[in-house]
Design a protein around this ligand. Structure first.
Ligand code: SF4
Length: 247
């Protein structure tokens, strides 16, 4: 699981032939157009190794029920899970249902979450989505991606996280880490999160689909970082052909 920061030797100098960075949808390293996915056998090996290293991967957002999971994921956009957890500890203690959240009101929600980026807009969305859950879904969180995506502040990625964590569906939510990993390891190279998600759905073997999302996110967050990936700690280093590899 989470690795500590490396204290290892200084990074190797990049080759002068390395392609110049171009912006991507997620503002990180570019997906390299034209890259072919690795073989099914390699993909299987990669997931086997990730499973071996962490058999039951878990998300790192705190929640007490499906509703608070949804709110936590909405709040996590462009924020760290640690930062969100710090803010929601107090918020969920007083509002763990849509009804209580609406009763609390936007201004107080804002106070609880003001340490998180974009908190004003997020507070507005949390109240609006709570009200919509009450009005349209009897206060319950709907179980389909289509319905989830109609809620304020909820996009495809958020819906996929909720479906995966709350109900064990084999969805793959492509965040910045997963996008990077999928391209570096050539699991399903793509230029947009949707392209990567649909590509992964096709190539990830059934036995790994439930946890693929968490394995890749955690590996990207703690080992295969955007800048200075900790390749010396990587369990799939021998299977990686990325130009970003540092060993
Ligand atoms: S070897 Fe390095 S670049 Fe390749 S997947 Fe592992 S950490 Fe990432």
């Amino acid at each position: 699981m989470p690795a500590k920061k490396s204290t290892s030797a200084a990074p190797k100098r990049r080759s002068s032939k390395a392609p110049a960075a171009v912006p991507t949808v997620l503002g990180k390293r570019p997906a390299k157009p034209g890259k072919k996915p690795v073989s099914a056998a390699i993909i299987h090996k990669i997931f086997e190794r990730l499973r071996e290293a962490n058999p039951e991967p878990k998300g790192e957002l705190d929640y007490v029920n499906v509703y608070t999971l949804l709110v936590a994921v909405v709040l996590s956009a462009q924020a760290t899970d640690v930062g969100v957890n710090r803010a929601t500890r107090g918020l969920f203690a007083v509002a763990d249902t849509p009804q209580k959240m609406v009763a609390l009101g936007e201004e107080k929600v804002r106070d609880y979450i003001k340490t998180i980026g974009l908190y004003r807009n997020k507070a507005k969305n949390v109240i609006a989505l709570s009200q919509q859950l009450i009005d349209q879904y009897g206060g319950e969180v709907p179980r389909t991606r289509e319905a989830l995506e109609t809620l304020p502040g909820v996009g495809r990625k958020t819906a996929n996280v909720v479906l995966n964590i709350a109900w064990g569906e084999e969805t793959i939510a492509v965040d910045t880490h997963l996008f990077r990993l999928s391209n570096r390891l050539r699991l399903a190279p793509g230029k947009t999160p949707l392209e990567v998600e649909l590509g992964l759905e096709k190539v990830v073997p059934k036995e790994f689909r439930r946890h693929a999302h968490h394995w890749l996110i955690l590996h990207g967050r703690y080992i295969c970082k955007a800048i200075r990936p900790e390749c010396e700690k990587c369990v799939v280093a021998d299977l990686c052909t990325s130009g970003d590899k540092r060993i």
